[in-house]
Design a protein around this ligand. Structure first.
Ligand code: NAP
Length: 439
């Protein structure tokens, strides 16, 4: 029996420890010799004027060599993973090819600088090996991963891991990511798998849910309080759908922005009463559009937003700064539509607003997020699930904004709905809530 087969069969820890680690494994990867393949092409094919940077062409599924394990790392047999927007950026070689990250990292850890880059920043699976310095995790443990790969001996980590000098997004700025049969992670990335979730439900949450947690709740985020009106862009997307849940849990009032009546209906089913369909606005990049959006928020809730949840970037940032209330906060972690934002600074300084940059989440924030998921207070937003061979199609759906919530990928799990241990909690929450995003 191979190690992978033993994991799938639910073998005992002693058996897992006795079986050999394979020398090669199947993984979704980019090839260094293909950097430049998209030069001169559109980002997303929206213009219909020729080929675009179609990520199905750059994402390959095939065997790669198994790396050595460092003393503070574990090897996880991955049952399921998920697509994040960073998978799309990586596969477009935008804004820079991720091989540049691997080359730089390779100066201190040569294992990572390879002609292949194994992607993926989310995973759920089983620990099959733990390095000598790992204290809290052992073979057989069922885990989910958080994406912050950092040096736990950096003094800053005791203050806030996200401020660590060598912080890297695992599976984006490091090799050996989660879209694979095996993944290498630091022990400080591991969290116990929520027992009521299947492998694919467990795998889809951590990156987006913990990022949204830090943005809205974390000490260095917007620190939402009860009754705050929170405007959320992309409210049924990867980040936004966790953002909406966190706002509702914390006693805030979410106003969700989406781009279609179908997404608006889904948002209402989530309990988000106030919905803005952005397709009704001709242009949100000029002051006329900003005023229209501000008026719509006031019409819906009777006041302006205390917090604007930003990740959409260039197309929306001017509006976000404008619609935040006096003294309000715009918290941002990304720029899907472009990172060279413009906004009218008079609206910021004269009305004493703040812009807060946020990135990922530290280990403690990930722990808090995982606790909320494990308690059944935050639910997965999994929509479609693809097999590993079709990871390119999965990433393409996110590249073209054809998805809702999270898009899952099965790795070693032979089918969906495996790995559920706590059926009673599941029953208490209800399948309809756990499967709300399924299509
Ligand atoms: P996603 O699943 O693709 O969702 C993004 C949502 O944004 C979409 O559902 C879409 O909703 C909306 N949107 C897209 N283009 C827009 C535009 N031009 N104007 C207004 N809305 C637009 O992606 P995600 O996982 O939520 O990630 C969003 C961004 O955050 C990405 O750029 C990602 O790289 C970044 N991010 C950063 C971190 C971090 O730690 N720094 C972590 C996670 C994600 P509608 O079409 O319905 O409006």
């Amino acid at each position: 029996m191979t190690l992978a087969e033993a994991v799938v069969a639910g073998a005992a820890p002693a058996e897992l420890a006795s079986l050999e680690v394979p020398t090669r494994y199947r993984a979704v990867h980019l090839r260094k010799d293909e950097v430049g393949m998209f030069d001169g092409q559109d980002n997303d094919g929206q213009d219909n004027d020729g080929p675009d940077k179609d990520v199905r062409r750059s994402l390959h599924v095939g065997e790669v060599p198994m790396p050595e394990l460092a003393p503070d790392e574990v090897l996880v047999a991955v049952m399921a993973s998920a697509i994040n927007f960073n998978t799309v950026w990586s596969a477009m070689f935008e804004p820079i090819p991720t091989f540049a990250f691997l080359e730089r990292f390779g100066r201190t850890d040569p294992r990572h600088d390879l002609p292949t880059h194994v992607l993926g920043s989310d995973a759920a699976g089983v620990v099959v090996r733990a390095g000598q310095a790992v204290r809290h995790w052992r073979p057989g443990d069922r885990v989910v991963t958080s994406p912050a790969y950092l040096d736990s001996q950096d003094p800053m980590v005791q203050h806030d891991g996200m401020l660590a000098a060598d912080l890297r997004a695992w599976g984006f700025e490091t090799n050996f990511g989660g879209l694979a049969e095996f993944a290498v992670v630091k022990a400080t990335q591991l969290l116990p798998k929520p027992r009521h979730l299947s492998w694919e439900e467990a795998a889809c949450n951590m990156l987006c849910a913990s990022t949204a947690y830090r943005m809205l709740v974390g000490e260095r985020g917007a620190r939402m309080k009860q009754g705050d009106v929170v405007l959320l862009w992309g409210a049924t997307g990867g980040l936004g759908a966790y953002g909406v849940q966190l706002v509702r849990n914390g006693g805030g009032i979410p106003v969700g922005v989406v781009s279609s009546p179908e997404k608006a209906a889904l948002l209402r089913e989530m309990g988000c009463e106030h919905v803005v369909d952005r397709s009704r606005f001709d242009d949100l990049t000029d002051e006329k559009g900003w005023r229209g959006l501000g008026a719509e928020v006031r019409r819906l809730v009777g006041e302006d937003s205390a917090i604007v949840f930003e990740h959409t970037g260039k197309d929306t940032f001017g509006a976000s700064v404008y619609v935040a209330k006096k003294g309000g906060k715009v918290v941002t972690c990304g720029s899907s539509s472009g990172y060279d934002h413009t906004y009218d600074n008079r609206h910021l300084w004269m009305r004493l607003k703040q812009i807060i940059g946020s990135h990922g989440a530290n280990y403690q924030e990930c722990h808090e997020t995982n606790r909320l998921i494990s308690l059944g207070m935050i639910h997965p937003t999994l929509s479609r699930v693809y097999p590993l061979e079709k990871a390119g199609d999965a990433a393409r759906s996110v590249q073209l904004n054809q998805h809702v919530g999270k898009v899952g990928v099965l790795a070693l799990a032979p089918e969906q709905d495996l790995g559920i241990e706590d059926g009673r909690l599941r029953e208490r929450i209800g399948e309809e809530r756990l499967r709300l995003f399924r299509v």
